[in-house]
Design a protein around this ligand. Structure first.
Ligand code: SF4
Ligand code: SF4
Length: 458
């Protein structure tokens, strides 16, 4: 068994406070939902309904406005009570509708009516995905509309570059357990979503990139894909964090490509068919949503969320309606064991801290994990002296020297223009994986210092 990996750095880590890999629990439907107008990477969607309006399950209630924006739909039927706004982080506010649950569901509890997508042209598939407001649900929230816009640019007809769709099932962080459970429970939907998106992107092949320790999951996905015509392969990749990052995953896949060309080329296979070309990388939650958009004509109404952390009584993976308030979710997990010091949306390593521990913030399309951490888990980040141990250098996958960079940013007060430029050029290379923070015995906030230095320079 050959396992492909990025060449340098990274870490293996476990977290006993992350939820276990058990089957998902369906969360209660919220009586009051909060449906935000920003659930994506870009600008706020334009509100289409007013207070007092009745809305249906899956109804369009916010229209995308430009790059990075996506359509917003009502996740439950009911009545719009009012508009609200709240602060998500310093300087960033969100706005949304409060919807009181009422009326009948059009999809929930009904037998699935299947729509045929097989005869659609790529542009028609793209339009349906855009109409359903599908975004990259594993973190960034980039709308798939932006991906299509980049792919639809005129290409040289004589030399069309091949394109490979990569299905990223890489579980290098224990907080990705919701994606793992989704893959197990909805494997057929993930695979059908990958075939549909492959068609929309005019991909020449599909690669299922799966963590080596989940080989059986990869085998299951590949077997499911065999009933479709597009060539599909399974590539086992390392489980070392941050293997799932686009840069690290591409390094591993290029190494696979080289190996495959060498091995199969010697056997006389057509080398052109083995070239990966450009890569489109998508995760299982996004692909399941793509499948639901085409097969059920359904926007994103719910998502799998990993709920855990030292402050949560019963960590578990839950299937949650978009718009459910995080306080309701924690209550369904038995409440808190003590006063949480931090509430995090996403993994504790790379997620976003919920501003002022606001338990009214809702689950949105990109909320793959939700954590409540006691003070002993957060550890407190105070600046102590660097002891020059070199641990941070050893784990940086990009090959940076975080110690030197940190000292340059924080302690070098009288920088020349050239030194400042050099520091920023290095800081830009950091992709914020947080490996250096995790291993630093002095608990220095290294990655935050690098991100802030770049932001201040803009
Ligand atoms: S956060 Fe940046 S500097 Fe630290 S290990 Fe990751 S890439 Fe390297
Ligand atoms: S890991 Fe922390 S203490 Fe060690 S060299 Fe890096 S910054 Fe200094």
């Amino acid at each position: 068994m050959k396992v492909y990996a990025f060449p340098h750095g990274g870490i293996h880590f476990t977290d006993p406070t992350a939820p276990p890999r058990k089957e998902s629990v369906v969360a209660f439907l919220p009586v009051l939902s909060v449906i935000p107008l920003i659930q994506h990477a870009g600008a706020k969607a334009l509100p289409l309904v007013l207070a007092g309006a009745s809305v249906r399950e899956g109804m369009l209630i916010g229209r995308a406005q430009g790059r990075g924006s996506a359509h917003i739909h009502a996740a439950v039927p009911g009545q719009v009570v009012r508009m609200v706004s709240w602060e998500m982080a310093k300087g960033v506010t969100n706005e949304g509708f409060i919807i009181r649950l009422g009326g009948s569901f059009e999809q929930l509890g009904k037998p699935e009516e299947r729509f045929s997508w097989e005869g659609l042209a790529p542009r028609e598939i793209q339009q349906r995905i855009i109409h359903c407001g599908i975004v990259e649900m594993e973190g960034s929230g980039r709308p798939l509309e932006d991906l299509f816009a980049s792919l639809n640019k005129p290409r040289e007809p004589e030399t069309p570059e091949p394109l490979t769709l990569v299905v990223r099932c890489v579980f290098d962080d224990p907080w990705l357990v919701a994606d793992y459970v989704l893959c197990r429970e909805r494997a057929a939907a993930v695979v059908e979503g990958s075939i549909i998106l492959g068609r929309a992107c005019m991909a020449s092949r599909i690669i299922y990139a799966v963590s080596a320790r989940e080989k059986d999951l990869g085998t299951m996905l590949l077997a499911e894909a065999q009933s479709y015509a597009i060539p599909a392969s399974l590539v086992l990749v390392s489980s070392r964090y941050p293997q799932r990052n686009a840069r690290e995953l591409e390094l591993a896949l290029r190494s696979y490509e080289k190996h495959e060309i060498q091995e199969k080329g010697e056997k006389g296979e057509n080398l052109e068919r083995l070239a990966l070309g450009s890569l489109v990388i998508q995760g299982p939650a996004t692909l399941a949503a793509v499948r639901d958009a085409l097969v059920l004509q359904r926007p994103i109404l719910d998502r799998y969320v990993a709920v855990g952390g030292s402050a949560v009584k019963k960590p578990q993976v839950m299937k949650v309606r978009i718009g459910t308030r995080i306080g309701d979710i924690f209550a369904e997990c038995g409440g808190f064991t003590g006063e949480p010091q931090k509430i995090i949306l996403g993994s504790p390593l790379s997620g976003r801290r919920v501003f002022e521990k606001n338990l009214d913030e809702p689950v949105i399309k990109t909320s793959y994990a939700l954590g409540a951490l006691l003070a002993k888990q957060t550890g407190g980040r105070v600046i102590r002296n660097c002891i020059g141990c070199g641990e941070c250098r050893a784990v940086c996958p990009v090959g940076l020297d975080p110690e030197a960079l940190f000292k340059g940013i924080v302690f070098c007060k009288e920088k020349t223009k050239e030194t400042h430029k050099e520091i920023i050029e290095k800081a830009v290379e950091c992709h914020g994986c947080g490996c250096c923070d995790l291993v630093c015995p002095s608990r220095l906030s290294l990655s935050t210092a690098f991100v802030n230095a770049v932001l201040e320079d803009q």
